[in-house]
Design a protein around this ligand. Structure first.
Ligand code: ZN
Length: 198
């Protein structure tokens, strides 16, 4: 029988996305066999994250200070706001310096299947943030999934009449992409956005 400490760690890991009890047990065993190279670095990294990272109360970014460095950066264009589903999307867009404005993290996307409703996302916070601000354009940078696009259309409706321009990312089949390698969502979107051949 495993010790209570091992059981507790296994259960905590098993609750992580993508891990079940079986992979969690294997991970724990791996950590215990490699204390110096696996357990110690993981412990240090977890402690550092728990100690220093906070969620920005303005945009939802995860960083070492609140408000975060993006929200307080005076060089950012205050008229541009990019709405993303989650923090990794923000990091992807910002890491590549693709966007000169600021961000707003929804914390997920609408999903009937997973029971995610508008009130579960930072949508009212977005509306409040835009109202009376300098924001002129809101870029809805949702993923090209059916749920992402559902969320985008919901937001476009919700923000209509707010006096700001609402734009979306251009989506389509990637250059060189073959239809039978595309997922259903991509194909559906590609079909919906179809236009006459020039
Ligand atoms: Zn922020």
């Amino acid at each position: 029988m495993a010790s209570p400490e091992i059981d507790a760690l296994t259960q905590a890991l098993a609750r992580l996305p993508g891990l079940g009890p079986r992979s969690a047990r294997r991970a724990v065993l791996h950590l215990l066999k490699r204390r110096e190279t696996a357990l110690a670095p993981l412990q240090a990294a977890l402690e550092a994250v728990a100690r220093s990272l906070v969620t920005c109360s303005v945009c939802g970014n995860i960083e070492t200070r609140d408000p975060c460095s993006i929200c307080t950066d005076p060089k950012r264009d205050p008229t541009l706001l990019c709405v993303v589903e989650d923090v990794p999307d923000l990091w992807a867009l910002d890491g590549k310096r693709l966007f000169a404005g600021r961000f707003h993290v929804l914390g997920g996307r609408l999903s009937a299947l997973e029971g995610v409703r508008p009130e579960d996302l930072a949508i009212e916070a977005l509306v409040a943030r835009i109202s009376g601000s300098e924001v002129c354009e809101v870029v809805l940078a949702m993923n090209a999934t059916l749920e992402g696009q559902t969320t985008m259309h919901y937001l476009a409706d919700r923000l209509a009449g707010s006096g700001v321009a609402i734009t979306q990312l251009a989506h389509g089949l990637p250059v060189g992409g073959e239809l039978d390698y595309m997922d259903e969502g991509t194909l559906t979107l590609a079909l919906r956005a179809r236009r006459p051949v020039a």
